[in-house]
Design a protein around this ligand. Structure first.
Ligand code: SAM
Length: 274
């Protein structure tokens, strides 16, 4: 594949995902989702993609992440990827030609069916519901900007969506791209040991999650709530639900308007607000 040819040897060595047949992995395992990241700085993403949950998910072939250096798609002798803004003003703007060339040649025919996300502070704010939507696709492309951002024609004629990770401005789109990949990847079965955990996560359930404790039961005189040591699963479940409701009420009350609540939940909330 062209994408394989253009990725530098180092990146390919680190990130090429093979059909995995190693210990503990089914031979029939298939990639559930592929992420193509278009960036000027692929190296800043390596460590994260090789580590922990995301590293394991890649190794087991559940997800595939390909880093494409936009500079590899320049045609001029100096490999120019940016230029001064028309109309003057400070900063540089990423040129459209190498970005279009990179995305078009990597995606090929799939350009018509793959969401192409432009990371930008001006985009739609990324949140858990957006992650669930994106996780339904088997391929995602992510374009990372640098400098003042990308030429407007990338946004108009190439990107299908614009995603912001929050109302603040970072130096580049690589961290935002990692946030999207990490959040979406962990929604795929097999990426986390306990899939049920993602359903109980803050936001997925519509509420903030209850607090967690681990050993020791007493630390500097601060005790773990007695109920969690009781072994009584029903009591523990109702304590957790109550804590979850309380946290949401105190920290993010607006979430309660959309959350799925039953009669018992409403009674608990009524008691809390009396
Ligand atoms: C310095 S920023 C450019 C900001 C741009 N001049 C503006 O004011 O909208 C450079 C790049 O970082 C990325 N970036 C910065 N903040 C971001 C955010 N909150 N969400 C997503 N991407 C962001 C984008 O890819 C952007 O093109």
């Amino acid at each position: 594949m062209l994408a394989d040819r253009i990725v530098s040897d180092h990146v390919r060595k680190q990130l090429a995902i093979r059909a995995v047949t190693s210990a503990g992995i089914d031979e029939g395992n298939h990639t559930e989702m592929r992420f193509d990241v278009f960036t000027l700085l692929p190296e800043v993403m390596h460590a994260y993609l090789l580590s922990s949950v995301i590293g394991k998910a890649r190794e087991s072939g559940i997800i595939e992440v390909k880093l494409h250096n936009i500079r590899d798609y320049t045609l001029d002798r100096h490999h120019t990827t940016d230029d001064e803004p028309y109309g003057g003003g400070g900063g540089m703007v990423m040129k459209p030609e190498p970005i279009f060339a990179a995305v078009e040649s990597v995606l090929g025919e799939e350009i018509h069916t793959t969401p192409i996300l432009l990371l930008t502070p001006q985009g739609k704010t990324f949140h858990q519901e957006v992650a669930h939507e994106l996780a339904k696709h088997d391929r995602l492309a992510l374009i990372c900007g640098r400098y003042e951002g990308v030429d407007e024609r990338v946004r108009q004629y190439l990107a299908t969506d614009e995603v912001s990770v929050g109302d603040y401005v970072l130096t580049g789109g690589e961290l935002p791209a990692m946030i999207v990949i990490d959040t979406v990847a962990r929604l795929h079965p097999g990426v986390l040991g306990d899939m049920e955990a993602t359903q109980k996560d803050s936001y997925s359930s519509g509420l903030l999650e209850h607090p967690h404790y681990t050993r020791p039961a007493s630390f500097r005189g601060w005790e773990v709530p007695e109920v969690l040591l009781s072994g009584d699963h029903a009591r523990i479940a109702s304590w957790r639900r109550e804590q979850s409701l309380l946290r949401t009420l105190l920290r993010r009350p607006e979430l309660l308007e959309q959350a799925e609540l039953d009669e018992a939940d409403r009674q608990i909330l009524d008691r809390m607000t009396e």
